[in-house]
Unconditional design. Sequence first.
Length: 126
Amino acid sequence: MTQIQQSHRRAEGNPLAAGLIAFGAGLLVSSLIPPSRPERQWAGQARGMVSEHADQLRTQAGQLWEQAGQVGHEMRDNPRGPAQQAAESVRSAGAGGASAVPEQGRAAAHQTQGQAHAAADDLRRR
């Protein structure tokens, strides 16, 4: 049995492996063929776009780095400030939630009372 016949028989039993081998062979052949003029132009355009966006990203990253450094220095110099702000935020959220609970309870009681009256009226009619 020749080597080609053996590889053909193995490929029949495992189509995924055969596909991967064919894909790899295609990559190998395509890497040996020199790029065409349009491909070189597209690559040049893509390189320009990437470098343009890379400069923007570099600028934004630098700004974020500076802001993070400022926050770090503020926390080092005044560690209680952010903690106090967070505690005040929790306190105000808790107060708002606590005031909303009685209002919601009253609304639910009125709704239940209305439903009870409607059910009683319905029973009287029967």
